[in-house]
Design a protein around this ligand. Sequence first.
Ligand code: HEM
Ligand code: HEM
Ligand code: HEM
Length: 453
Amino acid sequence: MKTSWLTILPVWLLGTIVTASTPLQYCSVDAEEKTDLCFAVASFKNSTTQANDLSLHISTKFVVDATGWASVAIGPKMDNALMFIMYPGGEQGRITVSTRTTRYHAIPKVVSEDAPETHVTKTWIDDTGLYNAQIMCYNCESWSGTTLDVMSPSQPWIWATNWDQPTHSDDVHLKLRPHNAKGFTMLNMASSYSESGDIIAQVSTQRITQEPNTDDAGPAPPTMQDESDDHHPAKEHHKHSAFGLVSLHGFLLSFGFFALTFGVLGIRSGSSKSYKIHWTIQTGGGSAIVVGCLMGIYLSYKHGGHFGTFHQWIGLSMIPSVIIQGLLGYLHHVNYLKYGRRTAVSYYHIWLGRAALIIGNLNVGFGLNLAGAESFKWFTWYAGLAIQLSVLIPMWYFYARGKTILDAVRNKPVAKDVVRYESVEQDAFIVDDELDEFEDEGLGHDDLKNGKD
Ligand code: HEM
Ligand code: HEM
Ligand code: HEM
């Protein structure tokens, strides 16, 4: 970490000139959390554009092995916040600053072009190992994701740090790993606002939270950790408790799609109860899926009414698909009893069912990503997928060869001249009672197949 005095001096001088009084700054310095982060903000009316520009100085130490990332963001929570993220650059002495945003708790992505224009005016690393970045955000109040009000006495800001990701990259799109520490604060923006002329935010040498024109550092603003007000926006959002709504939504849907695999196994099992097993499991699983999706819609309204993610769109398409799938299954059955063979409806049912099964299971992954779920949930999902594949692959393999699972288990040879479908399904998906009824009426299997209704 080489830093020349020639680099620091002008910045320091400028800092002392433009921030004559105590800066408006927030610090979180906590050895246990391996966090040493301060940021200062100042805002002013741009005499040319008449819009309010924001100056931001982030100063952080990458405490462990000089790696990780640090971020501050405008807003009460991650969702739609305007994030300024910094990490060590590709070469020693360099710093990368990336302006990003995200939906819910997904990995933040670089902002699109309609975001306010930002400019990194200066980056440097000082002798004590502090990484610094000064950033200008022009007409910053135009950010529509969250609200920035440079005159507000209580503007919400969030911050987060990570100390173990091997960053060291010049790539502003670098995929971030989750934070190890995070927090929330309110800043009195009005106290650092200037009507006249440019000012540059500058973190003071005292790494404590402070407000302009106060000699003593005031009490630290509330953080996520010590916040006790239940109505606090950052805290109110996302209680990812084991029995919270998000988890329940995820559980119902993951379980619902997992169950469908066993319903499919049921219909291909070769058991005399295969039809009953299939429709019972699929109706149960399908109902759980519809209820789970409705919960997803409720969740989305609760989280601000945004419906823009891939996860939600796929999820929404599952509601009609699953309902139609149930009806097709029933129609297929009615037709089969009537004509004794598959009809077009049967194929719609089979293929829509297979597609829904696969897409729904994948959407569990998109949901986990959206919720930024912890690794336990990811591993549970992987295990669920592995179990399903180990059931479906052999099942489809034997089915393609005209065998049911029971045939395969009993190693029963398949007659050469039988039609594959009938060899597997002939009796399998006609409810026993219904067969009895037909037999009472003097109709056997052959009659059924010949369409004698
Ligand atoms: C890979 C990137 C990130 C992931 C996967 C992620 C994931 C998450 C998750 C799952 C939560 C909710 C659970 C919890 O309370 O721990 C959360 C909360 C939070 N994150 Fe992140 N985060 C990321 C980046 C960031 C960044 C760059 C910031 C910048 C300031 C940030 C700030 C916060 C804050 C303040 C909260 C609590 C408020 C809220 O729920 O939104 N996160 N994050
Ligand atoms: C959400 C509900 C349902 C789903 C997701 C579903 C899914 C499936 C799938 C994927 C198959 C093809 C199995 C394979 O891959 O080999 C299948 C077959 C079948 N399903 Fe369903 N099913 C559902 C509901 C029903 C219902 C309610 C009935 C009856 C009332 C039914 C009757 C059948 C029958 C008879 C077959 C065998 C079709 C044939 O081989 O010609 N299903 N189902
Ligand atoms: C195929 C159907 C769906 C599946 C398999 C599914 C699955 C999941 C899973 C596994 C999670 C993560 C839960 C956790 O971390 O414990 C999740 C979160 C979520 N899902 Fe779904 N979901 C589906 C449909 C929907 C629908 C229809 C919507 C709304 C339109 C929706 C909205 C959400 C939202 C808002 C979250 C929470 C994201 C956050 O943490 O902020 N989902 N989903």
